[in-house]
Design a protein around this ligand. Structure first.
Ligand code: 5GP
Ligand code: ZN
Length: 114
């Protein structure tokens, strides 16, 4: 999508701090981290949110969890623990409408979230 910020990261039109990339996903440091580790993992395909995903997106979105595990290993938070979350819609505070998995860790995370 031409005017989507995260699509611009995928196309390398805007630089960002990439921590992982493969054929179907890109992961980069969140610009406003909420934890010592805060990485966003996105599909290279533009999908606005979970609300509009289709069955053909299932595999690539599942792959985001696989990539998150790899990043958690590299960031050494796999044993201490981490959270992987998709904010969806206004009540969850979704602000960027290109699906992104937040990978958060490196400190105890309260539950339930605020
Ligand atoms: P949401 O609120 O949609 O769940 O999460 C969007 C996330 O994108 C936020 O955590 C925000 O800090 C991050 N973000 C917004 N703009 C940028 C940017 O330009 N670069 C990076 N790396 N992260 C961004
Ligand atoms: Zn996009």
């Amino acid at each position: 999508m031409s005017d989507c910020l995260f699509c611009k990261f995928v196309r390398k039109e805007i630089p960002t701090r990439v921590v992982f990339e493969d054929d179907s996903c890109l992961a980069f440091e969140d610009i406003n981290p909420k934890a010592p580790v805060h990485v966003l993992v996105i599909p290279k395909k533009h999908v606005a949110s979970i609300n509009v995903m289709t069955m053909e997106d299932e595999a690539v979105l599942g792959h985001l969890a696989f990539a998150a595990r790899q990043i958690a290993l590299e960031k050494k938070i796999d044993q201490s623990g981490y959270r992987a979350v998709f904010n969806t819609g206004p009540d969850a505070g979704q602000s960027v409408f290109h699906i992104h998995l937040h990978l958060l860790g490196g400190r105890p995370l309260a539950w339930p979230p605020g």
